[in-house]
Design a protein around this ligand. Structure first.
Ligand code: 4NP
Length: 157
């Protein structure tokens, strides 16, 4: 059976997109949706590193697992193999658009496009901010995850 493949993208792949991977894995499973879920960064600055301990602490406090995650940089092959390639902010989206083959550009979107009820369109980078930034990231990602699940279910993969 074909399952939808979802790739979450941020800059470092240690804060926001690993959180999206962890949250979406849990919420998709809870909704009975089978999916292949990964995350990657537009930079290679933290390749092979585990997610940021602050992201892990905030996520685990809500019951999410980051087991097995290690940072990687997005590759050209990703554009062919994934169905949804979802960026956390406009900078990420623009960096993806620069390297994505035209035939796959329709797969690119902002993750928060799946939470149109929110007043913001970007998941703010929490890396240099305070700890509450990681809870804001989780709130936004939980909302967008539920919207994405509904969108995927409507496409009937
Ligand atoms: P992320 O956060 O893109 O959500 O993983 C960042 C992680 C690292 C850096 C910036 C943002 N950095 O400058 O190293």
């Amino acid at each position: 059976m074909t399952v939808p493949k979802v790739l979450f993208i941020c800059l470092g792949n240690i804060c926001r997109s690993p959180t999206a991977e962890a949250v979406f894995k849990a919420r998709a499973a809870a909704a009975g949706l089978s999916a292949h879920i990964e995350s990657a960064g537009t930079s290679g600055w933290h390749v092979n590193e585990a997610p940021d301990p602050r992201a892990i602490d905030a996520g685990e406090a809500r019951g999410y697992s980051f087991a097995g995650q290690a940072s990687r940089k997005v590759t050209r092959a990703d554009f062919g193999s994934f169905d949804y390639i979802l960026a956390m902010d406009h900078d990420n989206l623009s960096a993806l658009s620069d390297i994505c083959p035209d035939a796959h550009k329709f797969k690119l979107a902002l993750f928060l496009d799946y939470a149109p009820q929110l007043s913001i369109r970007e998941v703010p980078d929490p890396y240099y901010g305070g700890l509450d930034g990681f809870d804001i990231v989780l709130d936004l990602i939980e909302a967008a995850s539920d919207g994405l699940i509904k969108a995927i279910e409507a496409r009937q993969f």
